[in-house]
Design a protein around this ligand. Structure first.
Ligand code: PMV
Length: 364
């Protein structure tokens, strides 16, 4: 206990150093959450405002990529600042964060305008845009954690945190926990949350992103989901996801890499086939070339599987023992592509649980 108190003191010192003058006493919080990649995708919102999905999804939390966020409540309502990596956040990101903060405050009866409705938000992203991994999941999960810490929600559990993170970005609901995580679709705010499927997986898997393109995706995920709902295959997709989750749970319980990879690849295929039928695709010729290579490597006896989110850059799920060979094959065939990879990561760390080294690094 003594060392926890010391840690807590250090945390307080740091807050005093970096907190703006009009901060409401005691109203500052910090959290760190890791990125995740879905193996069974979330693609389709039953309720856009509350971000309730049509189907459940399953992801892998990543060790190598995370966001640290500090939230400070301010008395001055005109100060709503969001610094991302030390610089003012782009307008779209600031707007999304402001919206999420309003929803969180409304939920707990905290002021959304007038006195005490300002804030100072700082985020440090250890998910470089160039990595091919999305930072919205870790970003909104860390924001939910920092907000809970700042608002004195001491007894908040991971289930509620996951629901809070979900309000900022659907996939963020899965970044509260580590390892394999399942987001239960549910039907309303209370029943739609993620929880660990296996926090300490018995399989040594790596997720590799293959950056073949730096281009921004043309269709943001919310719009892509809207359009997909008009696909004649949408209802088939929703049913397939529930089935894939059921099979994935079994595969995870059995540490069956072949099954985990096949289910993930099949689910990604179905998602992207459905978007094609809705009249658009995230795939480029490069995406297809990489997925084809993965299939070829597998046919040649090297176990690896592909998945792909709402963008052109595929990801490869590979047993750690095969990673170097797969990376070498990618480098040979696509010399311009950048590869990044990560194993399983932990769940969220809130407030004084974050260690000092991490905070120093974040402040650098
Ligand atoms: O949470 P959003 O709105 O960024 O949507 C994520 C959608 C996918 O990444 C394609 C799939 C998923 O489950 O993460």
């Amino acid at each position: 206990m003594a060392s926890m108190t010391k840690e807590h003191e250090a945390e307080q010192q740091e807050r005093i150093r970096t907190t703006p003058a009009q901060a409401i006493p005691g109203r500052a919080g910090v959290a760190r959450a890791h990125a995740n990649v879905a193996l069974v995708k979330y693609w389709g919102k039953r309720d856009e405002r509350l971000r309730i999905p049509w189907a459940s999804s399953i992801s892998m939390t990543l060790d190598g990529y995370w966001t640290t966020t500090r939230f400070t409540a301010l008395a001055d309502p005109s100060c709503r600042t969001f610094l991302l990596d030390g610089a003012p956040a782009p307008k779209a990101a600031a707007g999304r964060a402001a919206h999420a903060i309003n929803i969180l405050r409304e939920r707990y009866g905290l002021p959304t305008d007038g006195e005490n409705s300002g804030y100072f938000l700082e985020s440090w992203n250890h998910v470089p845009v160039s990595s091919g991994f999305a930072s919205s999941a870790s970003g909104f999960a860390a924001l939910a954690g920092a907000f809970a810490d700042a608002s004195g929600l001491k007894d908040i559990g991971h289930r509620e945190l996951s629901r809070l993170a979900r309000l900022g970005s659907g996939s963020a609901s899965r970044s509260i926990d580590g390892g394999f995580v399942e987001w239960h679709a549910g039907t309303d705010d209370a029943s739609s949350y993620a929880e660990p499927l296996d926090e300490h997986p018995g399989v040594d898997l790596r997720m590799m992103s293959v950056m073949i393109s730096d281009a921004q995706k043309e269709i943001a995920s919310t719009e892509g989901m809207r359009r997909s709902a008009r696909s004649p295959y949408f209802s088939v997709w929703v049913g397939q996801c529930e089935d894939a989750c059921r099979r994935m749970r079994e595969a995870v319980a059995e540490n069956d890499i072949e099954a985990i990879g096949s289910i993930a690849e099949g689910n990604a295929r179905q998602m992207h086939a459905m978007t094609l039928c809705a009249g658009f695709t995230y795939f480029t010729p490069g995406t297809l070339a990489v997925t084809r290579l993965v299939e070829q490597l597998r046919a040649d006896g090297l176990e690896c599987f592909w998945t792909c989110d709402a963008g052109a850059n595929p990801k490869i799920l590979v047993p750690a023992s095969n990673e170097n060979q797969v990376a070498a094959a990618i480098a040979e065939r696509f010399p311009q592509a950048r590869c990044e990879s990560s194993g399983f990561g932990p769940g969220i760390a809130i407030g004084h649980h974050q260690n000092r080294e991490e905070r120093k690094e974040d402040d650098a």
